[in-house]
Ligand binder design. Structure first.
Ligand code: MN
Length: 194
């Protein structure tokens, strides 16, 4: 299954020129890992990804993630990425898809906390229904975050939103926002010495 899931990812990239992982080999046990990568491509954005069934489910967040209650940020679904991508930090060379520096802004573990009438809803159902609630334990992101798919009434167009859920960790500013959770480097440092 991961092979099939990664077809779109691979079709966009030339692995002889970019150091991004190809995602070959057997998928290791994914655990419940999430990662947020800061990516200065044609537009600066953040990529939110979490491990699910051997791949990283992925959304691009143009405005980044907010810890503030009530702030809903647009999240654009992107192709599944290989699990190894969670540790990718470096520069995607000119001429490649998504060219520009990538920094691991945050990395950690997640727990599915979506409940319906007190009963935990399987993540597969959450993904299908477009209502995902995750408890994040990262170095920056902590607590409940929701990814919600919404349909515009007039056009029928679908889009996703990422938002902080109400808990005691809401509205607390993030720490070390400019530095990598893996290497401590800034995006500028990554851009200049890879
Ligand atoms: Mn990206």
């Amino acid at each position: 299954m991961p092979k099939k899931n990664l077809a779109r990812y691979r079709s966009k990239r030339t692995f002889t020129t970019t150091k991004e992982p190809k995602g070959t080999g057997r998928p290791r046990k994914s655990g419940a890992m999430f990662v947020v990568q800061k990516h200065d491509a044609s537009h600066l954005h953040y990529d939110f990804r979490f491990a699910y069934r051997g791949v990283l489910k992925s959304w691009a967040i143009p405005k980044g993630i907010s810890s503030k209650l009530g702030e809903k940020h647009l999240a654009v679904p992107t192709e599944d990425h290989p699990l190894a991508y969670a540790h990718f930090e470096g520069v995607i060379p000119e001429g490649n898809y998504g060219a520009g520096p990538v920094m691991v802004w945050d990395i950690g573990t997640y727990t599915n906390i979506k409940r319906d009438n007190g009963k935990l809803v399987p993540l597969s159902t959450c993904l299908r229904k477009g209502r995902i609630e995750l408890w994040l334990e990262g170095s920056k992101l902590k607590g409940g975050y929701a990814l919600i798919r919404t349909t515009r009434a007039k056009t029928g167009e679908q889009y996703w939103l990422l938002l902080k859920m109400k808990d005691k960790l809401a509205n607390k500013p993030f720490k070390n926002t400019t530095k990598s959770a893996l290497s401590g480097r800034t995006l500028k440092q990554i851009a200049s010495n890879t």
